[in-house]
Write a protein that binds this ligand. Structure first.
Ligand SMILES: [Zn+2]
Length: 487
């Protein structure tokens, strides 16, 4: 679904965006408007997370970008639209009215620039950090203070991660500024910063034991640690996915059972779940109070096993017609029924295995070449953590299009499922889907004709224009083959 801390950055990564929480990027979620490949990012931003950007360079970039963004006026009264009952739009293709198109184009450019800054400076900052021997200084301090390796990690990791977070804070702040300027977010700076702090704290709580375990394994088995660490990381990752909707999400947003907030909608949804031959119990359907923080629409599936659930944002329910909501729900149900969370987890596990195997080799090569110059004793040295982070971030740069291609495939199948499962429940469901997608696109100022290379590299969902075209033309019911999922 949503975006990461600099909402606008993730919006660049795919096309839609604002986060309900800075933490949301860490969640394994399959949404209707997901802004990035969540499993991928969960990995990217968990133990090897580094919110990046050289402070000075990003500040220069921000100064260049600021005036353009300020031109974009936010909707003076975003709540005003909600007073009218929602209407279905007549859509034949994805287009925006001229005023929105101009904003969408400006926002698109901003997102692309921020996306590139995020990519390039992430790597540059780590490089500079290594050149300046900052990690060895933190390591020396930790070793002076304590003999115990866990205590050393407890000192080293927060120092390193907070430094990296602070360096990237200007980008995060700018991202929120843009979201406010375009009316995507209405979250106050105080609340936003509160979320930022919570996300930092959570990150450290997860990172300290992870890094401790990583270096313990590296020291025990310098040749095979990549495999043992992967084995250990898998159950940890699954556990995180399991607890995220119950423990982590409520830290940032309020959730109510849909049965309580909108029982009529639950009744309508049950028609769809019955049509799909599936029983999603009403206690697995939630409404999220997104309207406290953002103006945008979304819905997503999250969790596994007993915590698996469908979540719909209140904005979506407020501004969409019942058939449109059912289509959105049908898409989410597709993720649920087609086990996209599990498939995503399996996919990320494979990428992780390959990344760790290759990462070890590259990190050792880096250390052989520059280790002495960087004052790092070897791969078993805690100060080698930024080297591992650098290696992984380089690999992820290459892996990003692979992850996104997989995500786009899942999203396309969820769109197909949504159309099939709502077929016959109400008339012209392709047109209803097109209307829902048009509303999503307009709300996020989704640029109608993004660069194809950017789509290939960074979009977690197919472009809106493609999705609308598919919705309007998908008609398997008269063909001999018939529908793929819901017969
Ligand atoms: Zn989706």
């Amino acid at each position: 679904m949503i975006a990461k801390r600099p909402e606008i950055l993730s919006a660049a990564r795919c096309r839609l965006g604002p986060a309900a929480s800075p933490w949301s990027s860490l969640q394994p979620v399959e949404g209707i408007v997901s802004t990035q490949y969540h499993y991928y990012l969960m990995f990217r931003r968990s133990w090897f997370t580094f919110k990046i950007g050289a402070a000075c360079v990003s500040l220069c970039a921000l100064m260049l970008l600021w005036p353009r963004c300020s031109d974009a006026q936010s909707d003076p009264n975003p709540q005003a639209q909600s007073q009218q009952s929602p209407q279905q739009l007549h859509v034949t293709q994805y287009t925006l009215p001229p005023e929105k198109l101009a904003k969408a184009e400006a926002l698109y450019r901003t997102r692309v620039v921020l996306y590139l800054i995020d990519l390039v400076f992430g790597i540059l900052v780590l490089w500079v950090l290594l050149r300046l021997q900052i990690a060895p200084a933190f390591r020396d301090l930790a070793e002076r203070v304590a003999k115990n390796t866990f205590v050393q990690t407890l000192i080293f990791v927060p120092l390193l991660i907070l430094l990296l977070s602070l360096v990237s804070l200007p980008i995060d702040i700018y991202g929120h500024h843009v979201s406010l300027a375009y009316g995507l977010s209405i979250q106050s700076w105080g609340s936003w910063f509160g979320d930022w702090c919570k996300a930092e704290a959570l990150e450290l709580i997860l990172l300290v034991p992870t890094v401790f375990a990583l270096f313990r394994i590296i020291r025990r088995s310098p040749r095979r640690w990549w495999f043992y660490f992967w084995l250990l990381a898998l159950p940890f990752m699954i556990f995180l996915v399991f607890v995220a909707p119950v423990v982590i999400d409520p830290l940032f947003n309020k959730f109510e059972p849909l049965e309580k907030t909108d029982p009529q909608l639950v009744t309508a949804i049950e028609k769809v779940t019955r049509r799909g031959g599936l029983n999603i119990p009403p206690n697995r359907m939630f409404e999220m109070e997104a309207s406290e923080k953002v103006t945008t629409y979304n819905a997503y599936v999250t969790g596994i096993g007993a915590s698996k659930r469908v979540v719909v944002w209140d904005n979506t329910i407020r501004d969409m017609t019942v058939p449109e909501i059912l289509l959105v729900f049908g898409h989410e149900m597709g993720h649920y029924v087609l086990d996209h969370i599990y498939k995503g987890l399996a996919f990320i596990a494979l990428l992780m295995l390959a990344g760790l195997w290759l990462g070890r080799r590259i990190a050792i090569a880096f250390l052989g070449r520059w280790g002495a110059q960087w004052n790092i004793r070897g791969i078993t040295d805690l100060a080698a953590l930024p080297v591992l982070m650098l290696t992984l971030s380089l690999l992820m740069l290459v892996g990003e299009p692979v992850g996104n291609a997989f995500s786009r495939h899942l999203e396309h199948e969820a769109d197909r499922y949504g159309l099939e499962v709502t077929h016959g429940i109400f008339p012209d469901n392709g047109e209803v889907a097109a209307s829902a997608l048009q509303k999503l696109g307009e709300k996020y100022y989704d640029y109608p004709t993004p660069n194809r290379l950017l789509v290939f590299w960074s979009y977690s969902h197919p472009p809106t224009a493609d999705r609308i075209r598919f919705a309007l033309t998908y008609d398997p019911w008269d063909s001999p083959k018939g529908p793929k999922y819901v017969k």
